[in-house]
Design a protein. Structure first.
Length: 201
């Protein structure tokens, strides 16, 4: 399974947003300073293509996808009869690793992907180790009994500072995908229209 394994703080600084899925004091201090940027140097004016590219890179990196896989999601969204931007959000948010993260079983999408890959995640009671599996509305997601007893997971589930988003619910260690989310539910700081335009050139 191909994935980016380099320094994620550097990616976050390049995009100017926190793509880590967790708070980081060191990142918050430097989030608006580009890697290698010279103090006081005036930034170049960004072209239309550059704006589209940056939005595409932000969204791709938020979900931890490589270019070929992300492009496949965009093309699939474009083939649907619904709004392309909403369809893209639905596809990205329906990934199993993302649902595990949204349910609060993991502290980040990378952590969620690791739980899935190591066969610690159950979908409707059956183990599933495919991070890109598209979860259907109404399906139940939980972790293996052994993993639910793991210290870090128990701490994560007991945290109350991050309420669940409206399209998922969780009770007694069992999560459920309630409905397809829209852009307002997700709240990513992304201009999805620019992302779609990038692949429509």
């Amino acid at each position: 399974m191909a994935r980016y394994t380099g320094p994620k703080h550097k990616l976050a600084r390049r995009e100017g947003i926190n793509i880590l899925g967790k708070t980081s004091q060191s990142l918050e201090r430097r989030i608006n300073v580009l890697p290698g940027a010279m103090p006081g140097k005036r930034p170049r004016k960004t072209s239309e293509y550059g704006l589209q590219l940056r939005e595409k890179q932000k969204l791709k990196r938020i979900y931890g996808l490589l270019e070929k896989q992300f492009k496949g999601y965009v093309e699939l969204a474009q083939s649907k009869k619904t709004n392309t931007e909403e369809a893209l959000v639905g596809l990205l948010e329906s990934r199993l690793d993302n649902i595990v993260y949204r349910l609060g079983f993991a502290k980040s999408r990378n952590h969620a992907r690791q739980l899935v890959s190591h066969r610690h995640v159950l979908v409707d009671g059956k183990k599933n180790n495919i991070p890109s599996y598209i979860v259907g509305v109404g399906q139940e997601i939980t972790l293996t009994k052994q993993m639910l007893e793991e210290v870090h997971v128990k701490e994560q589930l007991e945290m109350e500072e991050s309420p669940l988003l409206p399209f998922v619910s969780r009770s007694k260690g069992i999560g459920k995908y309630l409905s397809m989310p829209d852009m307002n539910d997700v709240g990513n700081p992304i201009d999805y229209q620019l992302v779609v335009e990038f692949y429509s050139r």
